[in-house]
Design a protein around this ligand. Structure first.
Ligand SMILES: [Zn+2]
Length: 325
């Protein structure tokens, strides 16, 4: 081989290598939500627990060595897991005929003992969305409701609901996917009848495509799941959709006002002090504004996820507007 032939071969190899590298980089950028989930997996891999001494703010009180509860008035209770690093908060809303458990925690401990101490009525469990830290106890309940979405209905095989891998996301902390038998499919924007009270199930896609919130119109309360809560709000994992999130925020603003009490599903904001994650209308408007910024600009602090300030209690961790859900 002459010198010029060798040079040509080397150039061709270099060009081929560069093309492959560019292809891989494009693929990595395109799949950043999944990569972010895997980063969580390699960073954690198992649930973390707070070892410092936790102080509960009233009305929260310890139920046992793991769960904390609070009576929010109006036959509504919150069940918290302050030792688990995500500080999940699930809500038990009791009517005259039955009760609804909105979210159920990661399932590290059986939540039914707490529920049973608060009501003797039949309890139906309904998750705000299908991430592992909200559905962990669902298969311990006989009555489980899911929002009536065609996509979710298609996930029922041989009578049991099969979670999607990224929909459940439990691999990040080593939780295996459970199977569920769904006893009720609740139509979106309809009311759930608990006897003497009714709750409206609102579709609020954004954090995930199947996210829902519960509106208690009479008490002017909104149970928001992971849509909004103090600290870092996640809009960067697989399934998150910035445009839907912004639309849902505006929609929720239409159902709420300055007097609405908005309850979120996580309350780690000021560990080791734990308080009920209560937010207000102004917080929802601030989130709506941050989502608008997320949708219209590539601005960022941090490469991925982008950290977009919401207000002094929240930061939006967001995808890029050009990213598909
Ligand atoms: Zn979630």
């Amino acid at each position: 081989m002459t010198h010029s032939q060798k040079l040509r071969v080397a150039r061709r190899r270099f060009a081929g290598g560069a093309l492959i590298a560019l292809g891989l980089l494009t693929l990595a950028v395109w799949r950043m939500p999944e990569i972010a989930a895997w980063q969580w997996r390699f960073r954690a891999g198992k649930p973390a627990f707070t070892t410092s001494v936790i102080t509960l703010a009233a009305p929260l009180r310890w139920f046992d060595d793991y769960f904390a509860v609070a009576d929010l008035g109006n036959s509504t209770y919150v069940i918290s897991e302050p030792r688990y690093w995500q500080c999940n908060f699930s809500y038990l809303i009791v009517g005259s005929r039955r009760a609804l458990l909105f979210d159920s925690g990661p399932g590290i401990r059986d939540i039914r003992s707490v529920v049973l101490s608060l009501t003797q009525l039949p309890v139906e469990a309904l998750p705000s969305h299908l991430h592992f830290d909200h559905v962990g106890n669902l298969n311990r309940f006989t009555d489980v409701a899911l929002p009536d979405l065609p996509g979710l209905r298609r996930q029922v095989r041989n009578g049991s609901f099969q979670f999607g891998y990224y929909q459940f996301l439990g691999f990040v902390e080593g939780f295996p996917r459970p199977t569920l038998s769904v006893s009720e499919w609740v139509k979106l924007d309809t009311e759930i009848d608990l006897g003497d009270r009714r709750l409206t199930l609102l579709s609020v896609p954004g954090h995930t495509p199947d996210s829902v919130a519960l509106l208690d119109r009479n008490a002017n309360r909104l149970f928001a799941g992971d849509f909004i809560y103090p600290s870092d709000v996640y809009a960067f994992l697989p399934g998150a959709n910035l445009r839907d999130y912004a639309t849902s925020a505006e929609r929720l603003a239409g159902f709420t006002d300055e007097a609405t009490r908005i309850y979120g599903a996580h309350g780690c904001e000021s560990l080791p002090n734990v308080e009920v994650p209560l937010l207000h209308y102004s917080d929802l408007l601030a989130l709506a504004r941050a989502l608008k910024v997320a949708n219209t600009s590539w601005a960022r602090a941090g490469w991925y996820p982008r950290r977009i300030p919401v207000n002094d209690r929240m930061t939006l961790l967001a995808k890029y507007p050009w990213m598909k859900p």
